[in-house]
Write a protein that binds this ligand. Structure first.
Ligand SMILES: [Zn+2]
Length: 98
């Protein structure tokens, strides 16, 4: 019952891709057109709360994937590999508090 109430609340609030708990990995297109700045960031990880500070033009595409938009024609992505697991952890933590 408590879990149902919490998940219903979550449906109304929607998924917040900038939550600190979501960790995103920087992924380049990995070809010879990737710029040096992007190559040097490849593989770095960023908490969701820092995405828009680090990459002000980033655009959330949905399902834990951001288009970084670091420069013109930038194809880099920020991808959260642990989206489902982190959602489950957040949910069980909220249930433990209620
Ligand atoms: Zn790039």
């Amino acid at each position: 019952m408590q879990a149902r109430q919490i998940t219903q609340g979550r449906d109304r609030e929607g998924f917040d891709p900038t939550a600190y708990e979501y960790v995103y990995r920087y992924v380049t297109a990995e070809d010879d057109k990737v710029c040096p700045d992007c190559i040097s960031t490849d593989g770095s990880t960023f908490p969701g709360a820092y995405i828009l500070q680090e990459f002000p033009y980033a655009e959330h595409l949905g399902n834990g994937v951001w288009l970084v938009n670091r420069h013109l024609k930038c194809r880099c992505l920020l991808i959260c590999d642990q989206m489902v697991e982190t959602c489950a952890e957040k949910l069980s933590f909220e249930i433990s508090l209620s």
